[in-house]
Design a protein around this ligand. Structure first.
Ligand code: MG
Length: 351
């Protein structure tokens, strides 16, 4: 099968290439897309300063079997849309596609969407063979990020925030993990992917990240998905589904794992998770508004323009300023995204 990798030089992209290299009898690269970086020995389409990039990506999508969408941010939405429209397998790591455009994407899915996000990959597998009506609730696990246990977010530096305790990921998602916005985005992603109301999607902190998520059924049974904390396992499953191939990394050694702890997430200190539940429950374009504000705020934090604690304040401010509308089109979502970015340029914190 031919695989097109969008975001090929990012963390998920590189790990996807490793999985492809481990299964040359099953997979081959049909194309690579990245913002600006190269990969030795491969031709890469660059999207930076390339006004025709999306058109070229859409052509590449038509000439492949599987698209791994590992772009970062809402910019990944259109490629997800084109992939599902073309009836191709969409192995999705770009969670913003569903957060922003879930209302458009899910009605187009004919069983072609396989999640790469470890939590959703876990839930996806726990649900195989199960009846949707017999699911009581979903439990999305969270590591809690590097600031778990803190009660105030003053004085946090970029270096502190980029040091994630269990997963090794790109800068945007690592900051999202530190603010718990990543978990918020995942709650909205789960709502769309598994057609679950928000009151049936729970977050539980599991600091060792050994359990990747759980599904609780109406009879009290709970299925949990466990494994080594290495994204190559969920990436590979998103490509091999419904089959399983030989493991791409060392399997988990339970005798060395020690204990598994659970605790409640602190949504008062880490407001982003609460804001995401709110945006998801309001629905329509509110998750798009929230996501755009978060992208602006994270990028400003990464360029040392704002403090860590300002991220959640900026997201909240944008959500207060804009009203939600029903989602109608990609163009509408792009416009809304741009609108939020323009608005934030003019608020005092950026002056
Ligand atoms: Mg995740």
């Amino acid at each position: 099968m031919k695989v097109l990798v969008l975001g090929a030089t990012g963390s998920i992209g590189k790990q996807t290439l490793d999985v492809i290299n481990q299964h040359p009898d099953k997979l081959e690269i049909s194309g690579l897309v990245s913002y600006s970086s190269d990969i030795e020995g491969h031709e890469v389409l660059h999207t930076k300063d390339n006004p025709d990039a999306q058109k070229q990506i859409n052509e590449m999508i038509n000439n492949t079997d599987i698209v791994v969408n590992a772009m970062s941010g809402a910019i990944g939405l259109e490629s997800s849309f084109t992939t599902l429209k073309a009836g191709k397998r969409l192995a999705l790591a770009n969670k913003e596609s569903l957060v922003v455009g879930g209302d458009l994407l899910m009605p187009m899915d004919r069983g072609n969407l396989t999640p790469i996000d470890s939590e959703h990959g876990a839930i996806f597998q726990c649900l195989i063979g199960e009846d949707h009506a017999e699911v009581k609730q979903l439990w999305i696990t969270a590591s809690g990020g590097p600031f778990r246990g803190r009660k105030n977010l003053d004085g946090i530096t970029k270096e502190d925030a980029l040091a994630h305790p269990t997963w090794n990921m790109g800068p945007k998602i690592t900051i999202d993990s530190a603010t718990l916005m990543n978990k918020g985005l995942e709650v909205i992603e789960a709502h769309h992917l598994f057609n679950m109301p928000y009151e049936k999607i729970k977050v539980v902190v599991q600091p060792q990240s050994a359990i990747h998520s759980m599904v609780e059924f109406i009879d009290g049974s709970v299925k949990a998905h466990l494994g080594t904390t290495d994204m190559r396992i969920p990436i590979q499953y998103a490509l091999s589904h419904p089959l399983r191939w030989k493991e791409p990394v060392e399997p988990m050694d339970f005798t060395k794992l020690g204990s598994i702890d659970f605790e409640e997430p602190d949504m008062e200190t880490f407001k982003c998770l609460k804001l995401a539940y709110k945006a998801g429950s309001i629905g329509g374009t509110m998750p798009c508004i929230m996501n755009a504000a978060n992208e602006v705020a994270v990028s400003a934090f990464l360029s040392n323009k704002i403090e860590f604690k300002n991220i959640q304040e900026i997201v909240e401010k944008a959500m207060e300023n804009f009203e939600s509308e029903d989602v109608e089109s990609i163009e509408q979502l792009k416009y809304k995204d741009k609108d939020v970015r323009e608005y934030l340029k003019n608020i005092c914190i950026f002056k």
